[in-house]
Design a protein around this ligand. Sequence first.
Ligand code: CO8
Length: 259
Amino acid sequence: MDNILLEFPYNQHEHIALVTLHRPKVLNALSTDLMNELLECLTRLDNNPNVRVIILTGSDRAFAAGADIAQMVSASPIDQINDHRFKTWEMLKLITKPIIAAVNGFALGGGCELAMSCDFIVAGDEAKFSQPEIKIGTIPGAGGTQRLTRAIGKSKAMMMVLTGEMIDAKSALDWGLVAKVVPANTLLQETFEIAKSISERAPVAVKLAKEAVNKSFEMSLKDGMDFERRNFYLTFSSADQKEGMKAFIEKRSPKYLGN
Ligand code: CO8
């Protein structure tokens, strides 16, 4: 992998992996190769039973400054179709384990869309978010008009998509795009603490909870509630649910095995 760095175990934690986007010369612009490597890496981590939480980050300067403009400048629509880039983005949705985006610096265009494709975003206080595609004669293509609108509402999303201007981390927090803002130089440590907390929860329940929350984007309230109830019932077939409730009654910490 030329464009992705992987640390597992991360910080000597047996259940946490750190994936770093690494194209520093172009602020982690998301080329086809980078996206393919990212998907391959995340799929491998998803298949590794020891991994419970994945942190996705970039550099101090940029999480990612968007899709690779140099690669797209003279592309035809057919080039875009044949490139299979959108298939790669679609397949990211199939990762079952939680992915936390730890964002310092720029998260622009496809970079903002990639962060939003993760399960939640923790941002350094210098982070900047935008959908700047309108400034280069196009529009978001990997969920910017959809996920951003669901995250921050129509009015603010429309303003961001039509002006292409950046918002800072504080606005991203106030508007609900990010879950938490922390000092930039503590971003990875703070995100690690959150990942640690998730890694201590029952892994199957974590997956089922992730799946149910994500369904809320795609279903009516009634269908979503039904889906949630099925997943709730399903947790009662796991040994971890028995262990979790027993440990509570016995006033001890649970030991989850992921089954
Ligand atoms: N693609 C390719 N190269 C880039 C990109 C990019 N998105 N962003 C930055 N770079 C390169 C620059 O060309 C520059 O290279 P060089 O040193 O060779 O000139 C290097 O990174 C450093 O960038 P700057 O010199 O511009 O650094 P500044 O600090 O002056 O500015 C900015 C930083 C503000 C981030 C600026 O680089 C910028 O505006 N970048 C472009 C942001 C943008 O428009 N992003 C949207 C791209 S389109 C998109 O994402 C559509 C997604 C569609 C879905 C994807 C499906 C696959």
